[in-house]
Design a protein around this ligand. Structure first.
Ligand code: T46
Length: 135
């Protein structure tokens, strides 16, 4: 059986009596050096996002507040996962079509990426992605 598309990682916890502190660092939960971070928040009700793949980019997604469902598609199989905790991350490698659905109103989705923004790294057409995945 092939490996799951969903790679969840537990984020080390360094909380104490004062509250929680979660750490993502290179050599720990991060398998790459971060060159960019961005976060998606204030998503309007009923809105879905994503609908693209990346050619090279690697990412770690952490839902630091609220919840969101992320689906991944490799051109043949589709799997989805609900992110609803700040103590787990979803690693997304290159060559996976992603969609984000069911954002809670308070959702804050942090994304750590291994490269700066480049529109040329995106495949935004699903049919083109399927051809790319099968090549
Ligand atoms: C991803 C999912 C999880 C920039 O100018 N710089 C940036 O670093 C990013 C991420 C986006 N943009 C621009 C590109 C678009 O004009 O911001 C606009 C919105 O981006 P997009 O429609 O691609 O957003 P999402 O939520 O569909 O996808 C984002 C990331 O783009 C993508 O890398 O994997 O979150």
């Amino acid at each position: 059986m092939s490996a799951s598309l969903i790679q969840l990682v537990d984020i080390p916890q360094r909380g104490d009596a004062r509250g929680q502190l979660s750490v993502a660092e290179l050599g720990g939960v991060l398998p790459f050096a971060v060159r960019r971070a961005y976060w998606i928040h204030g998503t309007k009700p009923g809105v879905s996002r994503g609908f693209h793949a990346h050619r090279q980019l690697r990412q770690l997604c952490v839902c630091v507040a609220g919840s969101v469902r992320i689906s991944l598609f490799d051109g043949a199989r589709e799997e989805s996962v609900m992110l609803a905790t700040a103590t787990q991350g979803l690693l997304i490698g290159p060559g996976l079509w992603r969609e984000m659905h069911d954002f809670s109103p308070d959702c804050v989705l942090m994304v750590f990426a291994d490269a700066e923004y480049a529109e040329s790294d995106y495949i935004r057409d699903r049919e083109q992605f399927i051809k790319h995945a099968q090549a």
